[in-house]
Design a protein around this ligand. Structure first.
Ligand code: GTP
Length: 600
């Protein structure tokens, strides 16, 4: 397709404002999906995406759209690149936007602009994209299109009349939106001839076809059966198949400048098809790479352990496979006294962690336990050595002079009546306010600097419940700060239980210690002797519980009794022992540790 007949766009929105539903209606309106094949959230292919109603991976789909009639009729190829909505995955939004010239800014007509609407909007403006403001869900009785059209207009500086109104539910306004895309989004610029340059914006591992790489061709063209070169590594591959997604993969005779599509080379590892890399041809290679993206960096770490120790190799295999699809996941082997062999994994955030866990359980049938999530700390010791700590049990021993933790700059949008509540919450999480703007009389945009460790766990839930669901949150990493952080250890009979060490703020150390010692006291069975359960900061004990000793020997019960019964009992105990973990002299069933980690 000639570049002047191409339009590449993305839909950006706050979570739940209806992006996937609108995408469904576009697939229908353009005839790409027949009514009988239609299913909700057509482009969300992973089971988890569908069930949770969220989009995790970007998707690109090509749709034909004809404008004008008779001789003046021209058919355009619209490439829609769907993007995820959750903050954990905002790096995916960034790279999708880099493949587009325009963005549909979608806003729920009953809710107005929310925190991620703004975050995505700023990204689109930075990327110099043409914006098409659209109010969605106008069929809702609670919709207030006039009010929110004014709000959007004042933020992006347009006329409220220019804000389109659609319903992803009924399909109202969708053809007008497609017309508007053709009319206002610029055709891709680029050099149609000369050395090829294509940007990789996603790559996905498919069991049957190997790695499928999604590209946006910027200059030149790529054709099947050519040899292609990855500019960053110089690796050369055979191009086995190239085509467009519409909405299933359709092989074609090549992709020209401005086109978006996929390619298959037969490589088995997504790392050889790196997102952000530039693809060129081996025959006539380009010299300058396109501007790439930053690699996503894991922010939250936790240990993953198989409940059944013999599953360790399976867990490794499963992580290898997931990694093929998810460049942001990192892992390395870890050994825990309490939990055995496992992996220390790095994630983008808590949602990412939950999704990985769920996929391991569901797609790979593994029973796993994860330790409490931790962020990355930089620890400086008295001898000036510095240590990067992602695992509390590896916190260095000795005199610590400084601990630095990651911080985020957060934007919270809230109705003005909740300003006080939000301030209280942020203060209790060690936040510092950096600014506050009134978007309108009723709506306030608040800016905070907050420690990442304070917001990754339950901050969002706390914010939602205190503002009756009305506040929204977005955040970006914003460097590090020094803080009064200490490591709390949990000791059983004087021995550390590694899986329960935590790095917490000094003021929270006591409550963490108390909670863990109480919990373990409940869960750990009595032993032949008295077992103290203690929490300690360094050598200082901050909390203690005691598990009292068992009074009678179990075997005494069948003393003089039937020998086979005694043997049976011993066998049973032996079997039980296999799953016992010894912490010093104390034998603890692994289930007790799992229960202690699982509880809230
Ligand atoms: P993510 O993929 O997680 O970013 O969410 P999304 O923005 O794609 O939202 P989605 O399309 O899943 O829609 C969220 C909810 O709003 C769903 O329950 C939809 O059924 C509903 N919804 C979407 N569009 C409309 C609409 O036009 N009218 C009404 N009444 N409901 C809608």
């Amino acid at each position: 397709t000639a570049p002047e007949l191409l339009r590449n766009f993305s839909i950006i929105a706050h979570i739940d404002h209806g992006k996937s539903t609108l995408a469904d209606r576009m697939l229908q309106a353009t005839g790409v999906v027949q009514p009988r094949d239609m299913r909700a959230q057509y482009l969300d292919r992973m089971d988890i995406e569908r069930e949770r109603g969220i989009t995790i991976k970007s998707q690109a789909v090509r749709m034909p759209w004809t404008v004008g009639t008779g001789d003046a009729a021209r058919t355009y190829a619209l490439n829609m690149i769907d993007t995820p909505g959750h903050v954990d995955f905002s790096y995916e939004v960034n790279r999708s936007l880099a493949a587009c010239e325009g963005a549909v800014l979608l806003v729920d007509a009953a809710q107005g602009v929310q925190a991620q609407t703004l975050a995505n909007l700023y990204m689109a403006i930075e990327g110099d994209l043409t914006l098409i403001p659209v109010l969605n869900k106008i069929d809702l009785p609670a919709a207030e299109p006039e009010k929110y059209a004014r709000e959007i207009a004042s933020i992006i500086g347009c006329d409220p009349e220019d804000v389109l109104r659609v319903s992803g539910k009924t399909g109202d306004g969708v053809p007008e939106l497609l017309d508007r895309i053709v009319e206002t989004v610029p055709a891709p610029a680029g050099e149609p001839t000369g050395p090829a340059r294509a940007m990789i914006f996603d790559s996905v591992y498919d069991t049957y076809r190997g790695v499928v790489t999604y590209v946006r061709v910027v200059d030149g063209a790529l054709r099947p059966r050519e040899r292609i070169e990855m500019l960053s590594t110089g690796a050369v591959h055979d191009l086995l198949e190239i085509g467009v997604i519409s909405p299933e993969p359709q092989p074609s005779t090549g992709l020209g400048a401005g086109e978006v599509g996929y390619l298959i080379t037969g490589v088995k590892d997504v790392r050889q098809s790196k997102v952000g890399d530039t693809v060129t041809t081996a025959q006539d290679p380009a010299t300058e790479p396109l501007e790439g993206y930053q690699d996503p960096k894991p922010m939250v770490f936790s240990g993953l352990f198989p409940v059944d120790g013999s599953d360790f190799p399976n867990l490794r295999d499963a992580l290898d496979k997931l990694k093929l699809n998810d460049a942001a996941l990192t892992y390395e082997p870890e050994t825990s006294v309490a939990l055995g062999f496992g992996f220390r994994c790095g994630y983008l955030g808590l949602l990412h962690l939950e999704i990985i866990r769920e996929r391991l359980e569901r797609e790979f049938n593994l029973d796993i336990i994860s330790t409490a999530p931790s962020v990355v700390y930089q620890v400086t010791m008295e001898d000036r050595s510095t240590h990067t700590v992602t695992n509390p049990s590896e916190f260095p021993e000795g005199k610590v002079v400084d601990v630095r933790e990651p911080v985020v700059s957060a934007t919270i949008l809230t109705p003005s009546e909740f300003v006080g509540t939000v301030m209280e919450l942020c203060q209790s999480r060690r936040g510092t306010m950096t600014g506050m703007d009134y978007l309108s009389e009723e709506r306030v945009e608040m800016h905070y600097t907050l420690p990442l460790a304070e917001i990754v766990f339950d901050f969002f839930d706390a914010l939602k419940s205190r503002t009756r669901g009305y506040a929204s949150l977005d955040y970006d990493m914003d460097g590090e700060q020094s803080a009064d952080l200490v490591k709390v250890d949990i000791l059983l009979n004087g021995d550390k239980v590694d899986a329960f060490s935590a790095i917490v703020h000094k003021d929270a150390a006591y409550s963490y210690g108390l909670m863990m010692t109480k919990r373990l006291k409940e869960l750990i069975p009595r032993q032949q002797f008295e077992v103290p359960v203690q929490a300690a900061v360094g050598s200082r004990i901050i909390s203690r519980e005691t598990i009292r000793a068992l009074r009678k020997d179990m075997l005494a019960k069948c003393y003089g009794g039937d020998i086979s019964r005694k043997r049976k009992l011993l066998e049973k105990q032996k079997e039980g022992k296999k799953r016992m973990k010894a912490i010093g002299r104390v034998e603890v069933p692994q289930e007790a540790f799992i229960a202690a980690l699982g509880a809230d």
